[in-house]
Ligand binder design. Structure first.
Ligand code: AKG
Ligand code: FE2
Length: 352
């Protein structure tokens, strides 16, 4: 536990108690020392390699939603949002110096044992699992009392200010989307916001170095996000993200100044599966390193996630998901290696 002065208030910081990830080498350093070889632990099993027959180039069909129209209450745009969330679970809308620091400097922000915040890698739970070709820094960004400034690279000029400003803007974006999804789920506009109780916001800043064999490795293994919704800001010029759609992998070609928004597991549970969290992964390339910033909206630990009455009642569906405490789900998810959507089975009622 450490004590920090944040906004003039002394606060006690407790470990989140969500879990931990084992320390593994920085991928950036591996590439810097030897840019041609790919260590065995990063080489994916044949079936998991990225250049399989299940890749399909149809990202131009991914719906684009205009947030401004949503905010103006435009019904047609909300209908588009409904389609986007049901058919794709993803849509795109209109927004790096830390990783350039020497390794020794970056290591000052390394994840502590038993913590998931900081510089390192996520979801490393065993010494034998395959590793992702990427480094990251994970931090809680809202509300202020959860920020652990020891993990924020304050030596990078402007980092704190930029992240804080971005966090505030992302908060507005996610609230607007939640409001519209609440209406679509038959609730009042603040329905989903209230279901979150105290909302947390976290960011995962991903850095994927170049790889001499992008056909063998994955930047991020297939997973769905345990958040309620995620907003991804990605490099305008490099396609790395791929989403699962109808059994194939669809690359999400960046649209300049657009954000990618995806439904997370909590909304899948609240909507009784009407909106599914979508499996996604990131691939690497030989030519240029890629960065992305994923902003996760996270419900309070103690809230229950499970189908809301308005969805079950309106659409007369059988209840498919159980009611469980969000933190139990999060701990379960974070204690496993990412494996597509396998972790979401934990949300479902057994006899489907
Ligand atoms: O970098 C990407 O495109 C995906 C990142 C991601 O899925 C995540 O951080 O959860
Ligand atoms: Fe993700």
């Amino acid at each position: 536990m450490d004590t920090k002065a944040e906004n003039g208030v002394m606060q006690e910081h407790q470990e989140l108690g969500w879990g931990k990830s084992l320390p593994v080498p920085s991928v950036q350093e591996i590439v810097r020392n030897d840019s041609l070889s790919v260590p065995e632990r990063y080489i994916q099993e044949h079936k998991d390699r990225p250049l399989g027959s299940d890749s399909c180039p149809v990202s131009s069909q991914i719906p684009i939603i205009d947030l401004h129209l949503l905010a103006c209450g435009d019904e047609d745009e909300r209908t588009k949002l409904n389609f986007a969330c049901k058919e794709w679970g993803f849509f795109q809308t209109a927004v790096a110096a830390f990783f350039e620091l020497p390794l020794e400097e970056k290591k000052k922000y390394s994840m502590a044992e038993n913590d998931l915040q900081g510089y390192g890698q996520g979801f490393v739970v065993s010494d034998r699992q395959k590793l992702d070709w990427g480094d990251l820094i994970f931090i809680l960004t809202l509300p202020n009392k959860y920020k652990k400034m020891k993990y924020w690279p304050v030596t990078v000029t402007g980092f704190k200010e930029a992240i804080e400003e971005y966090a505030t803007e992302m908060h507005k974006v996610t609230e607007e989307i939640l409001g519209n999804l609440s209406l679509l789920m038959g609730m009042d506009k603040d329905g989903l916001r209230l279901l979150h109780a105290e909302m947390k916001q976290a960011m995962r800043l991903n850095y994927y170095p170049t790889c001499s064999r992008p056909d063998l490795v994955l930047g991020v293994s297939p997973h769905s996000d345990a958040s309620s919704i995620t907003v991804l800001l990605q490099d305008d010029e490099i396609t790395g993200l791929q989403i699962r759609h109808k059994g194939g992998w669809v690359p999400v070609k960046p649209i300049p100044n657009a954000l990618v928004v995806n439904i997370g597991d909590a909304i899948e549970a609240w909507s009784n599966g009407m909106y599914k969290s979508i499996e996604h992964r990131a691939v690497t390339n030989e030519k240029r390193a890629r960065m992305s910033i994923a902003t996760f909206l996270i419900p309070e630990d103690d809230v229950e996630i499970g189908p809301v009455d308005s969805v079950v009642g309106t659409y007369h569906q059988p209840v498919m998901y159980k009611k469980i405490k969000y933190v139990d789900y999060l701990r379960y998810t974070l204690s496993r290696k990412m494996d597509g959507k396998a972790h979401t089975e934990f949300l479902k009622l057994e006899n489907e």
